[in-house]
Structure formats: C-alpha cells, structure tokens
Design a protein around this ligand. Structure first.
Ligand code: ZN
Length: 149
C-alpha cells in the first residue's frame, strides 16, 4: 500500500476503503465461537438496548475490551482477525452482502401441474364415475390456490 501524497493529506473528506469482513448474526450460545455467556449482571436485569434479560446475553472480547452482545447483534471479524459486535440497524446501514445471495431453486408449480392433469382428464372424456374425482380434485386445487400455496 502506498502512502497518500502530501496534497491528499490536506483533504478533509475521505471515503472509507471498501473492506470485506466476515460477519455472523448472534442469537444463541453456539452461534459464534468467541461469544461466551455474560455473567456479570443478575439474569433478571433487563437490557436497555433489547429489553431482554441480561442472562440471555453474550459477551465478547474486542480490541477495546469486553463487550456485551445482544440477541441479534452482528459479530464482525475485522481485517486483523479482531472481533466486535454491531447493532443490527447500524450493520444494515453500513454493510451489504459481498456476494449475491444463493439463488433459490425454482419451485415447480404443483398446482398448475394438477390443474393441467385435471384438464386432461376432462379432455379425454373419462367415464362418468370420474366426474366426481375431477370435481373433488378441482375443489382441492381451488382451495389451495385461495390459501396461497
Ligand atoms: Zn441487550
């Protein structure tokens, strides 16, 4: 990395260089290997940040000392391997995914398939007894569509 030129050092406005960090949202013990149980305060005390009992909180060592971790805080691993917690609203304002979210596999439209099958049943002129089956299947599909499934 090169030193900024003297001219640049006079500048008052700077853009933070984009740095890729690793981050995990912490909810429960075991979510992050460095978050331990917070035991310094009675369990029944309520946290002023998240309104949960202190006994449900985690604790993490940072470069600036130990830090309480609230349910939902992000644990960021910095460029030197250091860890620090970050409130979810700040995290959202400051970070964005470094890679696109894995694409969701296209779910086959089972209802459309079922409707097509029912249509085919009708087209092939099924025997009279099957009319009830058609009606029943149509009703089921209709019901599921209305439920939004
Ligand atoms: Zn809290």
């Amino acid at each position: 990395m090169s030193e900024p030129a003297q001219e640049q050092l006079k500048c008052n406005l700077w853009i933070k260089k984009p740095v890729v960090v690793e981050a995990t949202q912490w909810f429960y013990f075991g979510d992050h290997p460095k978050v331990t149980e917070y035991t310094d305060m009675p369990n029944i005390r309520i946290c002023k940040y998240c309104n949960r009992q202190m006994g449900t909180h985690g604790f993490i060592e940072t470069l600036e000392g130990g830090h309480i971790v609230c349910h939902g805080d992000w644990i960021i691993t910095g460029v030197q391997g250091e860890h620090y917690p970050c409130k979810p609203d700040i995290f959202e304002q400051t970070y964005e995914p470094a890679e696109p979210a894995p694409e969701q596999e296209a779910k086959p439209d089972r209802l459309a398939e079922a409707e097509e099958l029912i249509d085919r049943l009708k087209t092939y002129g099924v025997v009279k007894g099957c009319v009830y089956v058609e009606d029943a299947l149509s009703a089921i599909v209709q019901h599921l569509r209305e439920r939004g499934e």
